[in-house]
Design a protein around this ligand. Structure first.
Ligand code: F6R
Length: 315
């Protein structure tokens, strides 16, 4: 779609931002950031629209004034260490629950959020936060594991969080990895997440290769829940939690990138030097599916809480 047509469709085209310009150096992908333009919409004059002018596709909408801090949208909070990162993240999550007791939380597994879950459980014990009305939707699950398998994310969530707070387990959802019918399991999960109205807050970790959920580097951004083949680097990284690398499942069901972007707020947690490149690329690299987390630059309410080591390449 030409700029003129875009103008007609969405109002005044404001031209490329630093994001778009950075994209020129980026890899050639189906979402070619050379064509990303930002525009205000005639229907929502205070709204930012990012559109792929080449394909006439509207990608995201959000609040224009949020392009703050050197023209960037992401809010980056530096934590001293893992404990500090966990406490800061838990503070943000508990504020969400206090402000909206029946909120929808999108949750992640992995090593990074465990400290935040522990802190939230401690605050629940003290009576500071109440999860009775909260519902939760996890990002992903290994394909082929039963809910009671100690390596499953169903099990992980109970062990690390749900068993320590007063959440109603009937209000907790994780993709059904035990369903061998991938198409059915994924479309069922999409319906469940859509019916909940999408998360008020989505907690994310980030893979060493920039994955979010199990959305691995690719040539396009994914949409809804789908079955993925895990990359060798992810299998390698996750093998630390299994007896042997051969035990790591090769496939998973994961919420898609588009669904993740529907969350009203995104909170990314990251710690350690191994994440430094991925965190840099997420925050400052081109928006490209080669680093799935880079799409978060287009989210209008994304907070990154990372320790000094994870932010070491961002100085
Ligand atoms: C897990 C998930 C993954 C992890 C990522 C980082 O639900 O969605 O994207 O967040 O692999 O894992 P850790 O925290 O173990 O480094």
């Amino acid at each position: 779609m030409k700029e003129d047509a875009l103008r007609g469709k969405m109002g005044f085209v404001r031209g490329q931002t630093a994001l778009g310009r950075r994209g020129r150096a980026g890899a050639s992908t189906r979402l070619d950031t050379r064509h990303i333009h930002y525009a205000t919409s005639p229907w929502w004059p205070h709204t930012l629209v990012a559109a792929d002018a080449g394909r006439g596709q509207v990608l995201v909408r959000g609040a224009l004034p949020l392009l703050y801090e050197k023209g960037r949208v992401m809010k980056i909070i530096k934590a001293k260490d893992y404990e500090d990162m966990s406490r800061k993240a838990a503070n943000i999550i508990s504020a969400q629950v206090i402000l909206k007791p029946d909120c929808v939380l999108g949750l992640a597994t992995g090593s990074t959020p465990i400290g935040a879950y522990k802190q939230l459980a401690a605050w629940y014990e003290k009576g500071d936060v109440d999860f009775a009305e909260v519902s939760t939707y996890n990002l992903d699950e290994y394909r082929g594991l039963s809910h009671d398998d100690p390596q499953s994310y169903h099990y992980f969530m109970r062990e690390n969080f749900f068993d320590h707070i007063n959440i109603d387990l009937n209000n907790t959802y994780v993709p059904d990895g035990s369903n061998p019918d991938a198409a059915a399991a994924c479309s069922e999960y999409d319906k469940i997440v859509a019916a909940a109205g999408y998360p008020d807050l989505q907690l994310l970790g980030i893979g060493n290769n920039g994955h979010i959920g199990f959305n691995e580097p690719d040539d396009h951004f994914s949409k809804g829940t789908h079955c993925v083949d895990l990359t060798e680097s992810t299998i390698q990284a996750n093998s630390r939690l299994f007896d042997s690398i051969d035990d790591v499942p090769r496939q998973a069901y994961t919420m898609g990138t588009q669904t993740i972007m529907y969350a009203r707020m995104i909170l990314v947690v990251a710690n350690g030097e191994a994440k430094a490149q991925a965190v840099h690329d997420m925050c400052y690299g081109p928006v490209t599916p080669a680093c799935p987390a880079s799409i978060l630059q287009l989210h209008t309410n994304c907070v990154v809480v990372a320790d000094e080591a994870a932010l070491s390449l961002c100085e």
